[in-house]
Design a binder for this molecule. Structure first.
Ligand SMILES: Cc1cc2nc3c(=O)[nH]c(=O)nc-3n(C[C@H](O)[C@H](O)[C@H](O)COP(=O)(O)OP(=O)(O)OC[C@H]3O[C@@H](n4cnc5c(N)ncnc54)[C@H](O)[C@@H]3O)c2cc1C
Length: 433
């Protein structure tokens, strides 16, 4: 047993074996100056960098490892509307009128993924369609209530599939129906991230890999803020922090408001087009609505990519491969005996209320975090919203900053055991009724 920080889990992923070519970018050396310095070469940092460069600013990204090394290059690839928490929770926090705006912007996030794929000709296997599926009668009620809320309050129609239709689309007896959204979809997340990085380079962004930020100097009225690495210093008018749960100790007031949670995926051996189609007729992505959820989708080479194990303790679970197979065959017993060729994991940055945590810590240091396992689409939006704010249009960021965020209880030492205990309760609830 060890933490997934012990080794580069991204290297074991199916994505890494099917990644598009990428030229390593030079590490930061010496002292440099730009308009905006971005910490983090994932989807959030790259999206901010691209949007800022498109607005004419000089931008540099500092990435500790390489582009897409973090969650963005490892994820389930399911690009879905909304945020990490139910929209009703956001409505309770900011009121219906503002919640409507936030929801519409999340839909813009999904649309932005499609636009960027088209505009920058990113080859990342996009496929339309996503279904949320219920396992229990109470979850049927929950999903149907959600569908009504989406339609009545957010003007977002979806389809309800009764059990028979759901069974015809997804060859599993586990599900009692499905809430289907044709506008959401799925993609190869590493290739999308690399494609976005290429677009950023083409727009003039400098990307420095192997350039871990060791210190944030906040500046004062007289001095500009700066990011320091072992080999260089990057001074800027504005700084954007987009390091996900992987960044720690750079801005303690941000660390205390997210928890790193490990989450894992397996890729089966290639199943062939026909067998794959027999499992998921139209190649859509699927996720159940349990607290510790299962989610899956086909890959372009007809493997099943199955995510379904989280670790709230940050320790990689024992017998991960066996557990993943067990979960997968609970959904698809017909896959008994099928190999998992790859198993990998990464961290998500969950906030206490699972809502996005975006804002400023000083007038010229911005941050985005708290994607809470729901970041493929909303990271793109986050980058755009930060770029707008830096170029003096901050009404959207100001609305996100209205969402209240509290530190995890227990401080550095107790927050992990408390979270583990809380999650055990939610899992028990899912198991019992
Ligand atoms: C296994 C898994 C499955 C997921 N599935 C889905 C899904 O299906 N749908 C969905 O919407 N979301 C999913 N997510 C969540 C989604 O991937 C993330 O929300 C999103 O990719 C976060 O992007 P990011 O840019 O904020 O973070 P990251 O992609 O993690 O990028 C942060 C980068 O910052 C760098 N960094 C950190 N510290 C420093 C430092 N000090 N100096 C320099 N660089 C630093 C890291 O190396 C990293 O590359 C999943 C996540 C995981 C891990």
């Amino acid at each position: 047993m060890g933490t997934i920080r012990d080794r580069d889990a991204a290297l074991d992923s199916w994505y890494a074996t099917t990644a598009m070519p990428w030229s390593a970018q030079p590490r930061l050396e010496g002292r440099r100056r730009v308009d905006v310095a971005v910490l983090g070469g994932g989807l959030a940092g790259l999206s901010a960098a691209l949007e800022l460069a498109q607005r004419g600013l000089r931008v540099a990204v500092l990435e500790a490892h390489r582009v897409g090394w973090g969650a963005s290059g490892r994820s389930g690839g399911q690009a879905i509307f909304g945020y990490g928490c139910d929209q009703s929770k956001i409505t309770a926090m900011v009121g219906l009128a503002d919640s409507r705006k936030l929801f519409a912007w999340s839909v813009e996030g999904v649309e932005l993924v499609r636009q960027r794929i088209a505009t920058h000709a990113i080859d990342c296997d996009w496929r339309d369609g996503h279904a949320h599926v219920p396992i229990k009668p109470r979850q049927v009620d929950e999903l149907q209530a959600w569908q009504r809320d989406l339609e009545d309050n957010f003007d977002y129609p979806t389809e309800w599939w009764e059990r028979e239709r759901s069974r015809a689309e997804i060859a599993s007896d586990r599900y009692l129906g499905a809430l289907f959204d044709p506008k959401s979809g799925h993609l190869h997340p590493l290739n999308y991230t690399l494609g976005l990085a290429r677009a950023a380079l083409a727009a003039g962004v400098q990307i420095h890999e192997q350039s871990a930020v060791t210190q944030l100097l906040r500046g004062d009225g007289a001095t500009r803020p700066m990011l320091r690495t072992a080999h260089g210093e990057l001074e800027a008018d504005f700084i954007v922090l987009a390091g996900n749960a992987y960044v720690q100790g750079i801005a303690p007031e941000l660390d205390s408001r997210i928890m790193p949670v490990g989450t894992y995926i397996g890729a089966t051996e290639p199943l062939g087009a026909e067998r794959m189609q027999g499992l998921i007729r139209n190649g859509i992505a699927v996720a159940d609505i349990n607290w510790a959820l299962d989610y899956f989708r086909p890959s372009a080479d007809h493997r099943l990519l199955f995510g379904g194990r989280a670790s709230y303790s940050t320790l990689q679970p024992l017998n991960l491969r066996a557990t993943m197979i067990q979960r997968m065959t609970r959904v698809f017993p017909q896959l008994k005996g099928v190999r998992l060729d790859h198993v990998w994991g990464g961290y998500v940055d969950i906030s206490l209320n699972r809502a996005p945590h975006w804002g400023r810590i000083t007038p010229n240091i911005y941050f985005v975090q708290g994607f809470s396992g729901h970041g493929i689409a909303s990271t793109g939006l986050a980058g755009r919203v930060i770029a707008e704010a830096i170029t003096a249009q901050s009404h959207r960021l100001d609305l996100f900053a209205k969402i209240p965020h509290h530190p995890f209880p227990g401080g550095r030492t107790l927050r992990t055991p408390l979270l583990v205990a809380a999650m055990a309760w939610y899992k028990l609830r899912d198991a019992l009724w």
